[in-house]
Design a protein around this ligand. Sequence first.
Ligand code: IYR
Length: 241
Amino acid sequence: MAASDAELYEHTYPSPELEARHPFEELRFERLEPEVMSRRAHDFYALMDKRRSPRMFASDPVPAELIELAVATASTAPSGAHKQPWRFVAVQDPDVKAKIRAAAEDEERVNYLENRMNEEWQEALAPLGTDHHKEFLEVAPWLVVLFEERYEVRPDGERRKNYYVKESTGIAAGVFITALHNMGLATLTHTPSPMAFLTKVLGRPENERPFVLFPIGYPLPGVKVPTLRRKSLEEVLVTVS
Ligand code: IYR
């Protein structure tokens, strides 16, 4: 960094008036050597490129501490006005998992067997071969349901708006998936549709709406996943220089 870069700013952040009203602290940020940056970037890409979404999980237990760490990591995600408008519900109880499976399969039966999903949708899913059977919801040791908090309810019952709720919760979901993969666990981004039953089964309040259901565990040994091609960099990146 050029020593004079600060001079490029006419308006400093925070302004003295702002800092007089709200607490600020200096960002702790460590610049890495270029070789270290390159190695870490390559290694992390290689790691993430191995992530897949299995549809059969082993029943082997996973310590609660790992789930807690994944949620803590997800909760570092940036959010609109730093409202962190998300709630993770981690389910290990076999009876609750069975209830969730039964309710999900009831909904999916309508989607697949009574054509609630239209032809185009079913065609798009054909290569994945998904159907209304959701046995993994009972076999996986953990189900984590991520809820978006549509608005905040303060302890005194007062309501406060949340901002960019879907975007924020979506980013938290991405960080959660990344954290799980990094610790050697597998998950599936599952969206039984519609998902309202999750609010009921898990006894969540009215201000929370189910966003994604994550079965978490180890993949069943030998499980198959569809042979997918990821889009090339050229297909997903436009550079403006
Ligand atoms: N909710 C259904 C259908 C489904 C939809 C999409 I888009 C997928 O990527 C996969 C499945 C189900 O869970 O089977």
